[in-house]
Design a protein around this ligand. Structure first.
Ligand code: GTP
Ligand code: MG
Length: 306
């Protein structure tokens, strides 16, 4: 059974609608990976494995799990899956190159430990600028078998490629890795897992360091952040930690709004898949998206501005 080197699917030449299709079985890549790698085009094939299926497969392997996420996508849903993993595990916050300069890394890690009640080790890394890859290498040397798990687009495959020089397909499209990919490097076995899928509003992948943007939002105005409208019942200061390519506009409120969402002092509103907005004072918010797409938490950057 030959597998696609890019996404892990078993190669087949019979059904173009299914994973692993290639017209020629001698190819190393399925047609989907070929198009993704060379043209950035995503063709949807096969069935996405459910989060439970991926979780069961991880738990059955009994290897140490490196659970990959990034600081913008830290939320209860992501940490909920991390907590369901029964194996020995480490929380790896990747894309550290995106973390704004004003954020003190040790404080960020401590805040994450406190807010999400994490007892396991947390490390910050980046496949882009290779920060702290040595720490990951050391874990691989020590544990001998490791699984890179986490939500789609977290950067699992990119980290493995940076660590061992492999050529697994990476992309900013969701579900890039379709099956577990097993790599053997000397006496170490590395698994790349397909990504979990969450109730995310967007699957945004910022490319450059996040620059926080602070607004003074008077109650007469609302903010349009992309297609999300947010208004605060009381005048408030807020700081947005999101891809700086997103269009943000301050506009005057014309209609009567319903302020249903309570934000306590020094809390963040996480818009899942986009990032978060940090509020300094207690208020009630109007927001025009479904509540499944957001979460409120004590600010992850608390103590960083003292
Ligand atoms: N800035 C930055 N971007 C990264 C980094 N690592 C990965 N990315 C980007 O994040 C996106 C997703 O990367 P992948 O490695 O394909 O993510 P994955 O976790 O394997 O995703 P699935 O296979 O879909 O589960 C790509 O656009 C990468 O270029 C990093 O360290 N820094
Ligand atoms: Mg992948």
């Amino acid at each position: 059974m030959k597998k696609c080197l890019g996404c892990g699917s078993v190669l087949q030449n019979t059904d173009a609608e299914e994973s692993g299709y290639t017209p020629k079985l001698e190819n190393d890549l399925c047609m989907r990976c070929f198009k993704l790698k060379h043209y950035g085009n995503l063709i949807n094939v096969g069935k996405k494995q459910s989060n439970d299926t991926i979780l069961n497969k991880i738990n059955k392997k009994k290897s140490t799990v490196l659970f990959i996420t990034d600081f913008l996508n830290m939320c209860d849903e992501v940490i909920g899956i991390f907590k369901k993993i029964k194996n020995k595990k480490v929380l790896v916050i990747t894309k550290s190159d995106l973390i704004p300069k004003n954020i003190v890394r040790d404080k960020l890690i401590n805040n994450i430990k406190d807010i999400y009640e994490i007892d396991e080790d947390i490390i910050l890394v980046s496949s882009k600028n290779k920060e702290n890859l040595r720490a990951l290498e050391n874990i691989c040397w020590k544990e001998k078998t490791v699984i890179f798990a986490g939500f789609t687009n977290a950067g699992k495959s990119s980290l493995i490629n940076a660590l061992v020089g492999s050529d697994i397909t990476v992309s900013s499209k969701i579900n890039t890795t379709q099956e577990f990919i097993r790599l053997v490097v000397e006496d170490i076995v590395i698994f790349d897992a397909p990504g979990f899928i969450g109730e995310f509003y967007k699957a945004d992948v910022p490319k450059t360091k996040i620059k926080p943007i602070t607004y003074q939002l008077a109650s007469k105005y609302y903010l349009k952040i992309g297609d999300i409208d947010i208004a605060s019942e009381a005048d408030n200061n807020l700081t947005i930690y999101m891809n700086n390519g997103i269009n943000i506009d301050k506009r005057r409120i014309k209609d009567t709004l319903e302020y249903g969402l309570i934000i306590p002092t020094n809390h963040d509103l996480v818009i899942k898949g986009l990032g978060f907005i940090s509020f300094s004072k207690i208020t009630r918010l109007y927001i025009n998206i479904d509540s499944k797409y957001y979460e409120v938490r004590p600010t992850i950057i608390g103590g960083n501005h003292e």
